[in-house]
Design a protein around this ligand. Structure first.
Ligand SMILES: [Zn+2]
Length: 302
C-alpha cells in the first residue's frame, strides 16, 4: 500500500534507481518517520491523497519499513477507570503450579512475515491452568472429567455479575476461623479473596512458591456450609493451601456448583463491592481448566 504524506529529501547516489524518500506519517502523538523500500524495477503506483484514516499504515508486503511506537500498556479502561483488568498477562515467566522454572515459551510464530510470508500466525501451547484461570469439577474428580464436567459446562451466569473483593487476614491460611471473621453476608454469590500472596507478588515470581496461602479444608467447608458463595476467586495458582491442596479442592468441586477462579491480579484494586465482574473462559471441550480474560467493573454499589 501507499503511505499518506510524502516529503522528498535529497536523492540517493546517481545511477542507483529512483531517489529515496523519507515518509512522514502524521500520528497524534507521536510522529513516525519511515523509509519506504521499493524493489528495483517495480512500477511506481500513483500517490493517493493524504488521508487521516491512514493512521496505522500497514507494512504489508515490502512497500515500506515503518517504525511504529508500541501501544500503551493498559490495565484500566474507560471513563474514570470504569473497567479494571484483573487478569495476569500471559508471559513466559509466569509461575506454573509445582514447577521451579515457570511457564516457558507459550507462543511460537509459525508463519512469519520476516520469513517471506504475507502475514504472521502464532501457535499457542498452554497448560490449561496457566495464569488467571478457572477450575472445573473434572480437575479433581475423574468421574466428572469422564462425564463432561469441563470448562465448557461452567455456568456463565455464575462467572458474570456482582462481586465482593475481601482482604483476608494476612497471618493465616483461609481457615474456618478466618472465613467467620470476614462476615460475608448471605446472598453474596461471588467473592474474590485477596491474601498475602498479592503482597508477596507471588504471581510475578518465576519459581512456584509452596509457601502461598489458600483455603484449608475446614475453611472450604465453612464457606460451603455458611455462605451462598458459588464463585471463589484467589490470587495465586491454587485456591487451596499447599498442605490441604487436594482436600480443599475436593470440598469445593464435589457439588459441581462452585466455580474456582485462580491466579487473579489484585495489586491495585480496592476491596469492596463491584457492580459486575466478567469471566469468560475458552470453550475448551474436555478441558478441566481454562485460562481466560477476567475483568471487573469498578462502579461500586451505594
Ligand atoms: Zn487450577
Amino acid at each position: 500500500m501507499e503511505v499518506p504524506d510524502v516529503v522528498p529529501v535529497a536523492p540517493a547516489k546517481r545511477g542507483r534507481g529512483r531517489p529515496r524518500k523519507t515518509v512522514v506519517i502524521d500520528l497524534d502523538p507521536p510522529d513516525v518517520v519511515a523509509v519506504p523500500k521499493r524493489p528495483p524495477g517495480r512500477p511506481r503506483k500513483k500517490k493517493p491523497p493524504a488521508s487521516p484514516i491512514e493512521a496505522y499504515p500497514s507494512s504489508y508486503g515490502d512497500e515500506c519499513n515503518i517504525v511504529v511506537p508500541p501501544p500503551p500498556k493498559i490495565e484500566v479502561y474507560g471513563k474514570n477507570g470504569r473497567i479494571i483488568d484483573i487478569t495476569h498477562e500471559m508471559r513466559s515467566d509466569l509461575p506454573i503450579f509445582g514447577s521451579p522454572e515457570g511457564v516457558g515459551q507459550l507462543l511460537r510464530l509459525s508463519v512469519s512475515m520476516k520469513n517471506g510470508s504475507l502475514y504472521n500466525i502464532s501457535e499457542l501451547k498452554l497448560i490449561t491452568h496457566t495464569g488467571t484461570h478457572v477450575d472445573a469439577p473434572g480437575h479433581f474428580y475423574d468421574h466428572c472429567f469422564d462425564a463432561g464436567f469441563d470448562v465448557n459446562s461452567l455456568d456463565l451466569d455464575l462467572l458474570n455479575g456482582p462481586v465482593l473483593l475481601v482482604d483476608v487476614p494476612r497471618n493465616m491460611n483461609i481457615t474456618a476461623e478466618a472465613m467467620e471473621s470476614l462476615n460475608i453476608p448471605r446472598g453474596v454469590r461471588r467473592v474474590i479473596f485477596r491474601t498475602l500472596n498479592t503482597d508477596r507478588l507471588l504471581m510475578y515470581k518465576n519459581q512456584f512458591d509452596t509457601s502461598f496461602v489458600g483455603f484449608t479444608q475446614d475453611g472450604a467447608q465453612w464457606l460451603k456450609d455458611h455462605t451462598d458463595i458459588k464463585m471463589v476467586g484467589i490470587d495465586y495458582l491454587s485456591v487451596a493451601s499447599w498442605d490441604d491442596n487436594v482436600s480443599a479442592h475436593l470440598v469445593f468441586l464435589e457439588g459441581r456448583d462452585i466455580i474456582i477462579v485462580e491466579g487473579l491480579k489484585l495489586d491495585d484494586i480496592d476491596a469492596g463491592s463491584y457492580s459486575s465482574v466478567h469471566c469468560l473462559p475458552l470453550r475448551l471441550v474436555g478441558a478441566e481448566g481454562s485460562s481466560h480474560k477476567y475483568y471487573s467493573m469498578t462502579m461500586k454499589h451505594a
